[in-house]
Write a new protein. Structure first.
Length: 139
């Protein structure tokens, strides 16, 4: 994979060339703890940085500390911009820092119609890949 290739995976390259992937529970915990950012966008940025800086790659043991420090710094700097997250240009996009837990849960970042329909039925809403919240219309 080339440097800074956009992707949604969570895999980060280690000092020894192997790849490290966080546990799903860790990703959820980070998204909850650092609510000003999109953890997936930041993971992509970390991946690009590690690809471009092989001498500064981390060991498996040091990866959690690296990720937490990165996320904390991004969170303190005001968060991940919505435009970077999805390429959004819509003025209807909800700023990431204003997202509710339900918005995070129903974020349809791949714009899958079946998923959108399921979440509309189950939660009465979903957020599309551009950050626009769609709410079920009541008859």
């Amino acid at each position: 994979m080339g440097v800074c290739q956009k992707r949604r995976g969570n895999s980060l390259i280690l000092k020894d060339g192997d790849h490290w992937e966080p546990a799903e529970k860790d990703v959820l915990a980070w998204q909850h703890a650092y609510q000003e950012i999109d953890v997936f966008v930041e993971m992509n940025a970390m991946s690009c940085w590690l690809q471009a800086n092989p001498a500064k790659r981390k060991t498996k043991r040091g990866m959690n500390r690296f990720v937490n420090a990165w996320l904390q710094r991004a969170n303190k700097q005001g968060g991940s911009p919505v435009g970077l997250i999805s390429g959004a240009e819509s003025t209807d996009a909800v700023p990431l820092r204003a997202w509710s837990m339900e918005d995070m849960l129903t974020h349809n970042f791949v714009d899958c119609p079946k998923l959108a329909a399921k979440w509309l039925d189950q939660y009465g809403q979903f957020v599309d890949s551009k950050g626009v919240r769609h709410v079920r219309e009541e008859p």
